[in-house]
Design a protein around this ligand. Sequence first.
Ligand SMILES: Nc1ncnc2c1ncn2[C@@H]1O[C@H](COP(=O)(O)OP(=O)(O)OP(=O)(O)O)[C@@H](O)[C@H]1O
Ligand SMILES: [Mg+2]
Length: 150
Amino acid sequence: MFEKILFPTDFSECAGKSVEYIIKLREADAKEVIILHVVDDSALGDMVKFSKKAGFDPDEFKRDVLGDIIQDRERAAEADRSRFEGAGLKTTVRIEFGKPSREICRMAEDEKVSLIVMGAQGRGRISSMLLGSVSEGTMRNSRVPVLIVR
Ligand SMILES: Nc1ncnc2c1ncn2[C@@H]1O[C@H](COP(=O)(O)OP(=O)(O)OP(=O)(O)O)[C@@H](O)[C@H]1O
Ligand SMILES: [Mg+2]
């Protein structure tokens, strides 16, 4: 029933709680996981702008910095990747730039996943909030079922 699962993560403790649920979903036929991290690019425009002011070539700056960010996030995803693979789930890691909830919903559709599993909160924790903005935005806009892990 849930063969292909999308796991959006900000590498927070709360997102990490989804990992064990996804592994349990093997009992519901889970075979494949996509680990997705979205680099929120709302701050990148300013960084590029000010890199010019600081005397850097914007294109070079973008290439270097974005390359480093991708590498850093890919490394951060390794622990979860090996847990999934150790449990026999085929796993891929995707790093995208953009608005997180939008990119999550887009990938869910493009990859035709059967379920999104994610945390209720993340790194920007204001603990009185029931849902963070990324999980709320995903729930509002997703066409596939979303499992929120508290
Ligand atoms: N940049 C991201 N890329 C992929 N998944 C993310 C990203 N940010 C959050 N998530 C997913 O969404 C879940 C909820 O995080 P969210 O960001 O909504 O909460 P928060 O950080 O507490 O609140 P806010 O970001 O609104 O301050 C996380 O546990 C994770 O599964
Ligand atoms: Mg957040």
